[in-house]
Design a protein around this ligand. Structure first.
Ligand code: ADP
Ligand code: MG
Length: 283
């Protein structure tokens, strides 16, 4: 595998879109695996009670297992909760479990309820930019809603990665997300930005996909990755084998395009650091 450039500081990307089924989890999982294969140290935080990202990365997440719930509700440390993804080097996962569905309600009565994930991440030694073995990337997989869990993610990060499904009304679907991001910027986290947009389930044979891509690009400009993820059965089969498509069928178009999208993300991330003054670290 190609070695990818490290960002100058850890990047936290929230994978969000309040619509279900647009490819959030698939994107979080496959970008994470691609970055890790490129030699970067990656943490996935599964913030969806359904636990699809945990499943796809073969992390057990039954009720008896500790999960991100313990960090959000009881203040447990993410360092203690992170588990190595057995099949992939450099990749760590904080799993979710079904208790997380209740966290949305339990948190309402707690102080600083929207700051829980930020506090947990601030306390993670692996996010200290100078730490020897720091994480390079943290990917947070969000549930399909803009509730307190997604809010916690938006408060904790600088960057949002929005997967957009290549279908009718794709942009209308993200309107609410854009409003929420603006609200969070104005009130809770001025550093937040939508840095990355990825078109998923792209069908090169249809004019619809091309039209959606044009529309999304007109709206988000350079933030749209030039790589599109094709619709492919291999991508949808992989999770039932508790695998990323990168592991399941490494030369399939879906795997190759996720690898390429991850490379774009990493190259942009390294360039970002340079633009801010510090040179990117040697690969
Ligand atoms: P979300 O997390 O936004 O709800 P998922 O990542 O779970 O979306 O994707 C929804 C469904 O679509 C899943 O069954 C997934 O396997 C499938 N899927 C995702 N991306 C692709 C793709 N590129 N081609 C075919 N199926 C896909
Ligand atoms: Mg999901």
């Amino acid at each position: 595998p190609v070695r990818l450039p490290r960002p100058t500081a850890p990047r936290v990307l929230v994978v969000a879109n309040q619509k279900g089924g647009v490819g959030k989890t698939t994107t979080a999982v496959n970008i994470a695996v691609s970055l890790a294969q490129g030699g970067l140290k990656v943490l996935v935080i599964d913030l969806d009670p359904q636990g699809n990202a945990s499943t796809a990365l073969a992390i057990e997440h039954g009720r008896e297992h500790a999960s991100v719930y313990d960090a959000l509700v009881d203040g447990a440390s993410l360092a203690d909760l992170a588990r190595p993804a057995g099949e992939v080097d450099n990749l760590w996962v904080v799993p979710s479990n079904v208790d997380l569905a209740g966290a949305e309600i339990e948190l309402v009565s707690q102080v600083a309820r929207e700051n829980r994930l930020r506090k947990a991440l601030d306390a993670l030694p692996g996010l200290d930019a100078s730490a020897e073995d720091r994480f390079d990337y943290v990917l947070v997989d969000c549930p399909p809603s803009l509730g307190l869990l997604t809010l916690n993610a938006l408060v904790a990060a600088k960057e949002v990665l929005v997967p957009i499904q290549s279908e009718y009304y794709a942009l209308e679907g993200v309107g609410q997300l854009l409003e929420t991001v603006e609200l969070v910027r104005a009130n809770l986290n001025p550093d937040l930005e939508i840095s990355t947009v990825l078109l998923t389930m792209y069908d090169a044979r249809t004019r619809l996909s091309a039209a959606v891509a044009d529309e999304v690009r007109a709206h988000f400009g350079e933030r749209v990755l030039s790589t599109y993820i094709p619709r492919s059965v291999r991508v949808s089969e992989a999770p039932s084998f508790s695998q990323s498509v990168i592991a399941y069928d490494p030369y399939s178009p879906g795997a190759l395009s996720y690898l390429e999208a991850a490379r774009e993300i990493a190259v942009r991330g390294a360039a970002m650091g340079e633009a801010e003054g510090g040179p990117a670290e040697p690969v």
